[in-house]
Design a protein around this ligand. Structure first.
Ligand code: ADP
Ligand code: MG
Length: 285
């Protein structure tokens, strides 16, 4: 169990994290927020790469800075925009990461198992410099798992992935989430929509809400509308309302509007989806 207690972080005068408290147990947590919300800052504090201005993070009741090496041996991390050594083969890179993380024992079997798991078995002897974006991301997942961590943290893991690769990644996540704490930071709603047990909504350095996707959607029931408008009315609605989607069909637009008031007498109430929740709590992006 990880307890985040009253964490605040300033960069100079800029407050990036504002008194966040949160308890994390097993399962997949989607840390969802727009760019600049403070997700990477919080994650970098969680992996002890950055120190907080105030507050503490406890793992098993102990401050993560006190028994740092014990904590880090339970942790796997894929940073935002990772850089890999291009001249290493997949196998060499994983061996190197295993050495860095002090993973002992029969590492060869573990490496084969992981390469197989992330669908890179055929690339074992190939240099990382030749890998596509999706392959790089999968080797990134493999290195995060090399020490069989109890806590796995991914920061914007789907950036640069094509739709197929995104689906693959979601499947990988579901498979590794048993008996683990998985934290996935993203600004992309579909990344967490179907796989997160809990979504932590973050904006302006604060946690706006933490709940299951279903409860979050329920919490804004009655605030989502469909309205059909003509092309020349569209500007007015975009200025006045939060629009979570707009489909054009010939001369008309079908708008999906997030608003506590019925935007027009002809607007029809819709069941919220997570994208609406994001817009409702995190505002216009
Ligand atoms: P996110 O990961 O959600 O996009 P970040 O944690 O990267 O957000 O950033 C949160 C806020 O802190 C942003 O306003 C960002 O500009 C600011 N910030 C991040 N890193 C630094 C830094 N090293 N120095 C100053 N400000 C920073
Ligand atoms: Mg970030």
């Amino acid at each position: 169990m990880i307890e985040i207690k009253n964490i605040t972080k300033y960069y100079g005068k800029k407050k990036a994290i504002d008194n966040i408290s949160l308890t994390l147990t097993e399962g997949i947590y989607g840390l969802l927020g727009p760019n600049g919300a403070g997700k990477s800052t919080l994650i970098n504090i969680l992996v002890t790469a950055l120190s907080q201005t105030a507050g503490e993070v406890l793992y098993g009741g102990i401050d993560i800075r006190d028994k740092r090496s014990d904590y880090l041996s339970d942790l796997g991390f894929l940073p935002q925009n990772p850089r890999f050594y291009k001249n290493y083969t997949a196998e060499e890179f994983l061996k190197y990461m295993a050495a860095l993380k002090n993973v002992g024992g029969k590492i060869d079997g573990k490496i084969d198992e992981l390469l197989d798991f992330v669908n890179l078995a055929k690339e074992k002897k190939n240099k990382i410099g030749t890998f596509s974006g999706g392959m790089l991301q999968r080797i990134g997942v493999a290195q995060a798992l090399i020490n069989d961590p109890k806590i796995v943290i991914f920061d914007e893991p789907t950036a640069g992935l094509d739709p197929k690769e995104r689906i693959r990644f979601r499947n990988l996540l579901s498979e590794i989430s048993n008996n683990r704490t998985v934290i996935l930071a993203t600004h992309i709603v579909p990344d967490v929509e179907y796989i997160a047990n809990k979504v932590i909504l973050m904006n302006n350095g604060e946690i706006i809400k933490t709940d299951t996707p279903n409860e979050l959607m329920k919490s804004i029931d009655g605030n989502v509308w469909e309205l059909i408008v003509s092309v020349d009315e569209i500007e007015k609605y975009i200025t006045m309302y939060d629009i979570s989607n707009a489909y054009r069909e010939g001369d008309i637009y079908k708008l999906r509007i997030v608003s506590s008031e019925q935007p027009h007498e002809k607007a029809v109430s819709l069941s919220p989806i997570l994208e609406d929740v994001f817009l409702y709590y995190c505002g216009k992006q």
